[in-house]
Design a protein around this ligand. Structure first.
Ligand code: NAD
Length: 490
């Protein structure tokens, strides 16, 4: 069985406690690795190393130096695409085809983009009413930042934090989700080989309660970038009050995907299916509420149901598999539980709704992609984040009704609109209360595009140049060029 250690100060090391835990393959519940069980003492060592790196060799590097290291690391990850895809599939249960075609290339693509923008965190000149003084702003790195990520896209989400943090010159202590640590620990090899100075990147594996909390409350950590559930995000915000630590939050979602009766039928059906099923529905922005205008509701639901039923659920390592396993027992119980809740609330199971049968599914956490029809927005299956392959289809009357239902949620991460009417699309884009709006598409992401969360889906911005600035702090400079003393009391 493979062993994964902590990465502190440029070295792979055991946890201070010497303890380990096992990482399990969701497709068969077999242990695939032993992983160092980090704790507060390890976080403290990592923060110390990060502080040293920031005050030393790493902090002294130029934008060009940092750019070259990040670009080289991206090349090294790309060269190991198959290995990273396998680690991701073994840890998360996602299909190997998806891990190879989406997860690893996206991680490489984002890291390359961060390598290109190491000099993009620029300040500006401010016009003030005093010609004898110059006012300008600087954007500077925080020093040591903390990164905490969930389990759904481990390598990609690691690059979304490590990339911008390093690009602008911070050192980072990063905590992957405890159940999906393998790709993140392995990627440290690529950064070390690319020439990243010791301590600039540190990875501590272990539980959120100990590792995560120690990281958020360490006084050397000046900023924390957190991606995960709204519930844990709330806890991290509470903890950040102790040292008034800056926090950036990417949290949960329950995104509406809205289909008007003038939409292109095939485009809407494909958008509904992909909007739900990227990563088996274990995707923060997934369009898990399908709002369909009444005149086309039955036809759209029938076509979506047929498509869901046609998808190949199977062994994540098999190249032809389209939907793999659910990541853990806890998540499996949650998904199956919500299908049952939907039934009890009066929804009809129009597709899936069951666990697939057969030997290959016997020991894993598999669920068929599920469409619940006849839902209202008041039902729990329509309001609460399930984080699995379950779609709640809700009928609506007209534009006003669609906006009301779409915005009737505590979340505000994403929305989708399918229509051929550009005026309507413009009105919807402005009315929808979410950080991202897709028109006639869904689940598209680009390194250049910011990804803000509205309402309880987050604070601040990650990704894009705006997200790069999240990893910097602002300084204003006022510089007197008159050569005269301040005229205070004459
Ligand atoms: P989670 O909130 O349970 O865990 C996220 C991370 O926080 C993990 O590394 C976990 O170990 C750590 N953690 C747990 N308790 C902690 C604590 N007390 N202090 C500090 N850290 C702690 O989320 P999850 O189940 O891993 O992931 C699913 C969630 O992530 C969903 O809600 C999903 O919407 C969200 N998500 C959001 C985005 C986004 O960009 N908005 C992207 C991906 C996932």
């Amino acid at each position: 069985m493979r062993e994964f250690k902590l990465f502190i100060d440029g070295q792979f090391v055991d946890a201070a406690s010497d303890e380990t835990y096992e990482s399990v393959n969701p497709a068969n519940r077999e242990a695939v690795a032993t992983v160092a069980l980090g704790g507060p003492a390890d976080v403290s060592r990592a923060c110390e190393a990060a502080q040293r790196a920031f005050e030393g060799e790493w902090g002294a590097m130029t934008c060009a130096d940092r750019s070259a290291i990040l670009a080289k690391a991206a090349d090294l990850i790309e060269a190991r695409t198959d290995e990273f895809a396998q680690l991701e599939t073994l840890d998360v249960g996602k299909p190997i085809a998806e891990a190879t075609a989406i997860d690893v290339p996206a991680a490489v693509n984002y890291l390359r983009w961060y390598a290109d923008v190491t000099d993009a965190a620029v300040g500006e000149h401010i016009t003030i009413p005093n010609a004898a003084q110059i006012d300008f702003t600087l954007r500077q790195p925080y020093g040591v930042v903390g990164g905490i990520a969930p389990w759904n896209f481990p390598l990609f989400l690691a690059m979304l934090k490590i990339g911008p943090a390093l690009a602008v010159g911070n050192a980072i202590v990063f905590k992957p989700a405890s159940i999906t640590p393998m790709s993140t620990v392995t990627v440290c090899e690529c950064f070390a080989e690319a020439g990243l100075p010791a301590g600039a990147l540190n990875v501590i594996t272990g539980p959120g309660r100990s590792v995560g909390e120690a990281l958020v409350t360490d006084p050397r950590v000046q900023m924390v970038s957190f991606t995960g559930s709204t519930e844990v995000g709330r806890r991290v915000i509470e903890l950040s009050a102790g040292n008034i630590t800056n926090v950036s939050m990417e949290l949960g979602g329950k995104s509406p995907n809205i289909v008007f009766d003038d939409a292109d039928f095939d485009q809407a059906v494909a958008g509904a299916v992909f909007g739900l099923l990227l990563n088996n529905g274990q995707n923060c922005i997934a369009g898990t509420r399908l709002l369909v205008q009444k005149g086309v509701y039955d036809d759209i639901c029938a076509a979506v149901a047929a498509k869901l039923d046609s998808l190949r659920v199977g062994d994540p390592m098999a190249p032809e598999t389209q939907l793999g396993a659910i990541v853990s027992q806890e998540q499996f119980d949650k998904v199956v539980g919500y299908i049952e809740i939907g039934r009890e609330e009066g929804a009809t199971v129009a597709a899936g709704g069951t666990v697939p049968e057969g030997d290959e599914f016997a020991n894993g956490w598999f669920v068929r992609p599920t469409l619940l029809t006849g839902c209202t927005n008041a039902m729990r299956c329509s309001r609460e984040e399930i984080f699995g392959p379950v779609l709640a289809a809700i009928p609506f009357e007209d534009e006003e009704d669609a906006i009301r239902i779409a915005n009737d949620t505590e979340y505000g991460l994403g929305s989708g609109v399918f229509t051929t009417d550009a005026d309507r699309a413009q009105r919807m884009v402005r009315a929808l209360q979410s950080g991202t709006v897709y028109v006639n598409t869904f689940n598209q992401v680009y390194p250049q595009s910011p990804f803000p969360g509205w309402k309880q889906s987050g604070t601040g911005v990650e990704r894009g140049v705006q997200g790069l600035l999240t990893y910097t702090r602002f300084k204003n400079v006022i510089w007197d060029i008159s050569g005269e003393p301040i005229g205070w009391f004459g």
